[in-house]
Design a protein around this ligand. Structure first.
Ligand SMILES: Nc1ncnc2c1ncn2[C@@H]1O[C@H](COP(=O)(O)OP(=O)(O)OP(=O)(O)O)[C@@H](O)[C@H]1O
Ligand code: SF4
Ligand SMILES: [Mg+2]
Length: 326
């Protein structure tokens, strides 16, 4: 990597899950050799179809899964390096790396009060010296995420989806993290309140300087909030670039098809724009095509594509693309 200071550097990360097929165990390659870096206070958007490995990337970074291989450097410390056999105790780092989940209904215990939910990480990491200080911290966190502090004793089930997501964010912020994995945090919410919650993520970032890995299906949502965007397909990184650059000058055939799937509000523009419809299904990650995993659906595929996975190469301006023919 360059001399720029990154908060998080991920190199050649692999996450294989052992799957039983009859008497054999085969690896499901959920994440297969991906690399990226995030600067302090920056947002990397991560997009791709369902099952391409986005959540697995987030969970592996937070070490909810043991990585199969690769290297993870956080804030200058090597947390994991399979070649050098480095695998540090994550406890001191849990405070600095948090996660906000997709579904605010299942990720919060409905029988817990807001005070208990936000207080839990404060308890785990012993972040107060008196009951009064604990309460003050909880109330101030509620205020930070736009919740009425008078509702601290209410139960999670009494809140709407958007408010529950705010509770989830307050819980993640309680430990003052430097990095948050936001795993599709607005996709379970009503469209009408998605923008409000995305704006809140942005405001919190400006105020607190926290970095995000922001996972979403919707390229529009990601474009709005991201500094850079990474596109995944079947466990592989296909393209990664600055958000505007990726949106205005997409290069990879898969990114082009994702962008043409984004609905365009003006029908005249929609008619003029060439829509590239994705044909065929995503192959099973247990029966990965040889070479480029996108080749079974790619109109530009050539013989070489079946032989070898294209490496990510810099096309200028830190715009990386993995494709033999584009
Ligand atoms: N714990 C697990 N054990 C075995 N396989 C898993 C596990 N978690 C995920 N997978 C598989 O790994 C692949 C990637 O899943 P993942 O949940 O990371 O995708 P995703 O991009 O987050 O999808 P979605 O958009 O639907 O949330 C899928 O094939 C999935 O079935
Ligand atoms: S490497 Fe080949 S199959 Fe893969 S995206 Fe490029 S042209 Fe298509
Ligand atoms: Mg997911």
């Amino acid at each position: 990597m360059s001399e720029e200071k990154y908060l998080l550097e991920v190199e050649h990360l692999k996450q294989y899950f052992p799957i039983k097929e009859g008497f054999r165990t085969v690896p499901l390659k959920a994440v297969d050799d991906i690399s990226f870096a995030i600067k302090p206070g920056e947002t990397l958007g991560l997009v791709g179809e369902s099952g391409c490995g986005k959540t697995t990337v987030g969970r592996t970074l937070l070490r909810l899964y043991q990585p199969t291989a690769g290297r993870i450097v956080f804030d200058g410390e090597v947390l994991f390096d399979s070649e050098k056999k480095i695998d540090v105790d994550m406890h001191p780092y849990r405070k600095q790396m948090q996660m906000v989940f997709q579904d605010p209904y299942s990720s919060l215990d409905p029988r817990m009060t807001v005070e208990d939910i936000i207080g839990e990480p404060l308890d785990v990491h012993k972040l107060y010296s008196s009951k009064g200080e604990r309460r003050d911290k909880i109330l101030s966190l509620m205020e930070t995420v736009g919740l009425n502090a008078e509702h601290a004793m209410r139960y999670a089930h009494e809140f709407s989806g958007g408010q529950r997501q705010r509770i989830g964010i307050a819980r993640a912020l309680a430990v003052d993290p430097k990095f948050i994995v936001c795993d599709e945090p607005v996709s379970a919410l009503d469209v009408s309140i998605q923008a409000q919650v995305v704006n809140m993520f942005e405001e919190l970032q400006e105020k607190l300087g926290v970095a995000y890995l922001f996972i979403a299906h919707d390229l529009l949502v990601v474009h709005h909030i991201s500094d850079r965007i990474a596109v995944m397909y079947l466990g592989h990184m296909m393209e990664i670039a600055d958000a505007d650059d990726l949106n205005n000058n997409p290069i990879h055939p898969y990114t082009l098809s994702l962008l043409s799937a984004v609905p365009i509000p003006d029908p005249n523009i929609a008619r003029k724009s060439q829509r590239i419809i994705l044909e065929g299904d995503v192959p099973s990650p247990l029966k990965m095509p040889s070479g480029c995993p996108f080749r079974t659906r790619c109109r530009y595929a050539t013989e070489q594509c079946a032989k070898e996975m294209p490496p990510l190469t810099d096309r200028g301006n830190r715009h990386f693309v993995a494709c033999w023919n584009k």
